[in-house]
Design a binder for this molecule. Structure first.
Ligand code: ZN
Length: 80
């Protein structure tokens, strides 16, 4: 006896097609979520939401990433 679940019948092409018919739309939704961008408030370049701008280093109206200092990207929080 097989120790794992074994399908009793072969899945038809229709059945398989029905199952995978939702795959593309789900995948597109997932990719759309990943690639979602909002314009930067300072330089208007697209950036990921809730992240510092990769172009100017601004987040919520102040510099959070000092792009001039390349080896230390994160700067301690400046009181603005
Ligand atoms: Zn910016």
């Amino acid at each position: 006896m097989a120790k794992h679940p074994v399908p009793k019948r072969r899945a038809s092409a229709t059945r398989g097609g029905r199952r995978y018919s939702t795959w593309k739309s789900k995948e597109l939704k997932r990719l759309a979520k990943i690639s979602k961008t909002v314009p930067c408030t300072k330089c208007k370049s697209p950036r990921r939401p809730h992240t510092a701008c990769p172009v100017c280093g601004y987040y919520r109206g102040r510099v959070v990433v000092d792009l001039a200092a390349k080896d230390t990207k994160k700067v301690s929080k400046v009181k603005a």
